[in-house]
Design a binder for this molecule. Structure first.
Ligand code: DGL
Length: 270
């Protein structure tokens, strides 16, 4: 039976809208609810215990909206909370972004030398090296935490001179070793909006991957059991934030690629 219930997607802020957008593009009939925990951003510098607690509260809010599937559109939260949330909210399927991101990296790399930039929490937990090596045991991974990128993305500074400068500082060390990576993973859902600045500071020929489209494909695969929306339904998107309706709409539109009506952004407490 087709299932018109919404899919719930959450992140610490507006970054996960890159994933929401990929899901909307691939599955236009699905109703989507996006929750940005803007009051408590960033997650990337917090301890794993705190991130698990925040992620669980965000997920609970979405489950209360009767979502049929939950997407953790935050690498930091996916890295530490995917299995906890899957256990807590079963039978609702929970999809994180790290496994799809690793899948994309392995598919893109010819040499097996892969660079990952992510938040401090994601890098510290080694989630990407584990997920990549589970698929490609001989792959060699170098990582860097790129905390300032989150602030630049949330500020909407996608391609300023400062963004280029920061990109150079983060990326140059990753590509200076003897085994040059041929693939860069954007291991944080905030980073795809900085693509131009990042590309400008990379050696030629390096492939850049993120988890947005592979996560959307994982969502599509999970709905193949018959729980996809009725094909004639035109999906709607609802936005919920924990702080700053106007700011959420103003910066979120850069990630969404469309206007977001600030008055329609719902505010909530978790
Ligand atoms: N967008 C989040 C991620 O993918 C993290 C940003 C933050 O530090 O809150 O990891």
């Amino acid at each position: 039976m087709p299932d018109p219930r919404p899919i719930g997607v959450f992140d610490s802020g507006v970054g996960g809208i890159t994933v929401l957008r990929a899901i909307k593009d691939l599955l236009p009939a699905e109703n989507l609810i996006y929750l940005g925990d803007t009051a408590r951003l960033p997650y990337g510098t917090k301890s794993a215990d705190t991130v698990v607690r925040y992620a669980s509260q965000a997920a609970r809010k979405l489950i209360a909206q009767d979502v049929k599937l939950l997407v953790i559109a935050c690498n930091t939260a996916s890295a530490v909370a995917t299995s906890a949330l899957a256990g807590q909210f079963a039978p609702v399927p929970v999809i994180g972004v790290v496994e799809p991101g690793a899948e994309a990296a392995v598919a893109a790399s010819q040499t097996g030398n892969i660079a990952v930039i992510a938040t401090e929490g994601t890098v510290r937990g080694e989630a990407y090296p584990r997920a990549i090596n589970a698929r490609a045991p001989t792959a060699k991974i170098v990582q860097a935490s790129a905390t300032v990128f989150v602030a630049l993305a949330e500020e909407g500074w996608t391609s300023t001179a400062v963004t280029r400068e920061v990109a150079r500082a983060y990326l140059a060390p990753l590509f200076s070793g003897p085994e040059k990576p041929d693939t860069l993973v954007l291991g944080c859902t905030h980073f795809p909006v900085l693509l131009d600045a990042i590309r400008a500071e990379l050696p030629a020929g390096v492939a850049i991957v993120d988890s947005a489209s592979t996560t959307a494909q994982a969502v599509a695969a999970a709905l193949k059991d018959g729980s996809a929306a009725p094909a004639n339904q035109k999906g709607a998107v609802r936005f919920i934030a924990t702080d700053g309706r106007e700011r959420f709409a103003r910066v979120g539109r850069i990630f969404f690629g469309n206007e977001i009506d600030a008055d329609a952004v719902e505010l909530t407490d978790l």
